[in-house]
Design a protein around this ligand. Structure first.
Ligand code: MF3
Ligand code: CO
Ligand code: CO
Length: 275
């Protein structure tokens, strides 16, 4: 049995109950998420061959500091960077390092700023210079998966409707959905109930209610869905080394659908426009 409760009355830890936020919560999320979106917009001009993911991470840290925000990943469960940077066959949780990006790479940059206690969690794909048609196709399919998932968000439906929409589109495009990671409740906490699966059936999961806030962040592979985590304890890669992509939005359930908090102010949050 799931229970829903007023976010203001809930303890500040994941108890498995589902927080329902009021207008004040939505206002706080708008601000935090728009800061994240503006940072992701700015990164579009910085990503190019020769740039290291460490340099991108430093920019993300400083951009946050300049705007009164702290990256949620800093010292999160032993993670020590301000972002995750996942290149090519890295599915998620790639750790920024000193290796330069090269022409033809695709990189996911995942940023979560904490602003006034609110968590703005979003990620996008960035092509490095010119990329292959197969990579372009994967970015387009993955972004479409995210937006089809978002379109399934409405009160009364179950969270499984999100996963069902994503899985059917991905598999129709001859891609696969990673099962090992999921979206999550977000707001006052970085990772909260409920889990948002990116596969499954529309009649599964919990019923969505106005005031719920969560992420949708499908990881889509050109090959098989299976992943393994490298010995650093974080970096998840495709077992078959096929290319993987991910896009993430933070959304809030409204009376008649949803609000996307992390939309790009510059219209740069879809493939083809960030170069
Ligand atoms: N931002 C990631 C997410 O979308 C979580 C990264 S946790 C880290 O949920 F520790 F790996 F940074
Ligand atoms: Co997330
Ligand atoms: Co994220």
């Amino acid at each position: 049995m799931v229970t829903y409760l007023d976010a203001d009355a809930a303890p500040l830890r994941n108890t498995g109950q589902i927080r329902l936020y009021n207008e004040e919560g939505f206002k706080g999320m708008r601000k935090a998420c728009q800061l994240t979106a503006r940072c992701l917009d700015a990164l579009a001009d910085i990503v190019e061959p020769g740039v290291t993911t460490e340099a991108l991470d430093r920019f993300i840290f400083e951009y946050g500091m300049d705007h009164g925000a702290i990256p949620a990943t800093l010292n999160y469960r032993g993670y020590t960077k301000s972002s995750c940077t996942s290149i090519n066959h890295v599915v998620c949780h790639g750790i920024p390092d000193a290796k330069p990006l090269k022409e033809g790479d695709i990189v996911n940059i995942d940023v979560t700023y904490v602003l006034d206690g609110w968590h703005g969690d979003s990620s996008r794909m960035y092509p490095v210079g010119r990329i292959k048609r197969a990579a372009e196709r994967l970015l387009e399919a993955t972004h479409e998966c995210l937006m089809r998932g978002v379109a399934a968000v409405k009160p009364g439906a179950r969270t499984g409707a999100i996963g069902a929409a994503i899985q059917s589109y991905a598999e129709n495009q001859r891609c696969s959905v990673v099962r090992d990671f999921c979206g999550h409740g977000v707001g006052r906490l970085f990772h909260d109930a409920p889990n948002i699966l990116h596969y499954g059936n529309a009649n599964e999961g919990v019923e969505m209610r106005p005031g719920m806030i969560f992420t949708i962040e499908p990881m889509i592979n050109l090959g098989r869905p299976h992943v393994k985590v490298l010995s650093d304890g974080w970096t998840a890669v495709t077992r078959d080394r096929s290319l993987s992509a991910q896009y993430e939005h933070s959304v809030g359930v409204t009376e008649n659908g949803c609000e996307i908090f992390t939309l790009s102010p510059g219209g740069l949050d879809r493939p083809g426009l960030a170069s």
